[in-house]
Design a protein around this ligand. Structure first.
Ligand code: SF4
Ligand code: SF4
Length: 70
């Protein structure tokens, strides 16, 4: 069962699709089941993501980053 997380509209995880190698490392570490591979694309569900940044730290390709809206 998925954990409900508080939505944080001011921050989100951004995927650089040119860097992503679809290795799945970010998916295996996400405690909120907020990301998944859909065919050959990584998808992040912003409603589930709490922007903990764990996925950013484990990505070997540095394909993920945190965007803070002004
Ligand atoms: S860990 Fe990085 S390279 Fe691997 S699927 Fe996630 S974003 Fe892509
Ligand atoms: S920031 Fe945290 S909650 Fe959001 S997709 Fe990455 S690991 Fe999952």
């Amino acid at each position: 069962m998925r954990r409900r997380t508080k939505k944080k509209n001011d921050r989100r995880i951004v995927i650089d699709r040119y860097r992503c190698a679809y290795c799945g490392a970010c998916i295996s570490v996400c405690k909120y089941n907020a990301n998944e591979l859909v065919e050959t694309f990584l998808s992040i569900n912003e409603d589930e993501c709490n922007t903990c940044m764990t996925c950013i730290r484990v990505c070997p390709m540095k394909a993920l980053s945190l965007e803070v809206k002004k």
